[in-house]
Design a binder for this molecule. Structure first.
Ligand code: HQG
Length: 182
């Protein structure tokens, strides 16, 4: 093999495509896409990624336990997680009746008061299933709380939902009236 650490590569690509494209002289289009050759050229600047090619980006995506990135034609993008000032335009879609959000007990009183906010990201991140929400919440606390979002009620009141990947949904914010503790 080429000795590429695909997990580390995925972290660097996420950092470039979600948080700091300007550090790589990249410009995302309105849906978050950048030309793959530009990304490769940028990461080739560091010794560690000298021999990374298109096929390695494909392996990186394939090997990942989460579908964080997507390649289409000559472009690549992060599917969710962005924090850059220019808000990425996501595709609106109809989610399952219930979505889930795993988080820390410490945030509960704030969330009950103000609803779910994107905080440092562009969108609130929601999970298709409880297992995924638990994994997301475990990043914050060993025994996370799980909030259930009634998307039918939310949609009836004008809340929009957007596609992240097959397990992650996005929203601009979720008022607390649509949240319930599991
Ligand atoms: C909390 C990972 C106080 C919210 C995951 C969360 C996900 C509030 C934290 C993706 C709040 C933000 C995103 C309010 C929300 N007051 N706290 N009003 N509203 N919060 O990490 O959803 O591995 O930015 O509960 O799997 O945890 O990077 O969001 O705890 O899909 O690919 O503010 O990141 O994916 O934390 O995770 P985050 P998240 P990757």
């Amino acid at each position: 093999s080429k000795g590429i650490n695909y997990t580390k590569l995925s972290k660097e690509v996420s950092y470039a495509l979600r948080h700091a494209p300007w550090e790589y002289e990249l410009e995302l289009d309105k849906n978050g896409w950048v030309p793959i050759d530009q990304l490769l050229q940028a990461i080739h600047q560091s010794d560690e990624w000298q021999n990374v090619e298109l096929d390695d980006l494909k392996i990186m995506i394939e090997k990942s336990e989460k579908k964080r990135h997507e390649i289409k034609e000559n472009s690549i993008r992060a599917l969710y997680g962005h924090s850059i000032p220019m808000k990425i335009v996501k595709e609106e879609a109809i989610p399952p009746k219930f979505l889930y959000h795993g988080t820390a007990h410490d945030f509960l009183s704030e969330i009950e008061k103000n609803g779910l906010s994107p905080m440092s990201r562009q969108y609130v991140h929601l999970s298709e299933d409880i297992e995924t929400a638990i994994l997301v919440g475990k990043r914050k606390e060993k025994n996370p709380i799980i909030l259930v979002i009634n998307t039918e009620n939310a949609r009836a009141k004008g809340i929009k939902f957007y596609l992240g990947n097959e397990k992650v949904w996005l929203a601009d914010s979720i008022p607390s009236e649509f949240l319930e503790l599991l």
